[in-house]
Design a protein around this ligand. Structure first.
Ligand code: SF4
Length: 221
């Protein structure tokens, strides 16, 4: 499978980087399913609450009221707001339907605000802010440049809602090619795995939580 024939998302690409074998068994063959952890379920609830707050001004439930200060300042940013904005591109980087047969890459921006030639992208994080990974914002920004041709400048941020911490980054349309190129080494490795049918195990301390029970590195917790 060539790079242009892949179907990928940022989370899928990360899963491949973390362990190609697990990625193949879970995402490609769908032989195993990752069980959602308590933290993942909580993250989904928080995302829904913040989305409704920004979209409709729906009041936050009591246990999420502490996030109000952070999201109310986002809601006040000028521009057209697109909460939970789904984006998908073909291999030619043309926008297409999120579930179109010919999509190449896709992702959902938690909040996208477009104001003239500038846009703002926010990704809500409910986990730890110890190792922020702004690369996901880079992919969202690249897709947004294709969806909004008038936008030349994107300010983006990971909002760690539990820590009141905002990690920001900035992207310019003129750097698009260079920014896309940064994803290529991993996409090329994925493409090679598909071509050769080799999906290397990458054992870590997290193997005990892996759903691939048939792997030699799986450890019973
Ligand atoms: S047990 Fe570890 S090495 Fe094996 S597939 Fe799972 S994460 Fe990869």
């Amino acid at each position: 499978m060539e790079v242009s024939e892949l179907k990928w998302s940022y989370s899928g690409m990360k899963d491949y980087q973390n362990c190609p074998r697990q990625y193949h068994e879970v995402k490609v063959l769908k032989q195993y399913q990752k069980q959602p952890t308590k933290q993942m379920l909580y993250g989904t609830e928080v995302h829904a609450a913040l989305e409704n707050y920004v979209k409709d001004g729906a009041p936050l439930a009591k246990n999420y009221e502490r996030f109000e200060g952070m999201v109310s300042s986002l809601a006040e940013i000028e521009g057209e707001k697109f909460p939970e904005f789904e984006m998908a591109l073909t291999a030619d980087k043309e926008p297409c339907g999120f579930s179109a047969d010919n999509y190449w890459v896709r992702g959902i921006a938690d909040l996208l605000i477009v104001n003239g030639d500038t846009a703002f992208i926010v990704d809500y994080k409910t986990g730890s802010n110890k190792y922020p990974d702004p690369k996901q914002l880079q992919l969202m920004a690249l897709m947004a440049f294709e969806y909004f041709p008038e936008v030349n400048h994107i300010n983006a941020g990971l909002l760690f809602v539990m820590h009141n911490h905002f990690v920001t980054s900035e992207y310019k349309r003129e750097s698009k090619e260079k920014l896309w190129d940064e994803f290529m080494p991993t996409l090329k490795r994925m493409s090679t795995s598909f071509k050769n049918g080799v999906w290397q195990e990458k054992p870590t301390a997290l193997c005990g939580w892996c759903p691939v029970h048939t792997c030699d590195f799986y450890k019973v917790k």
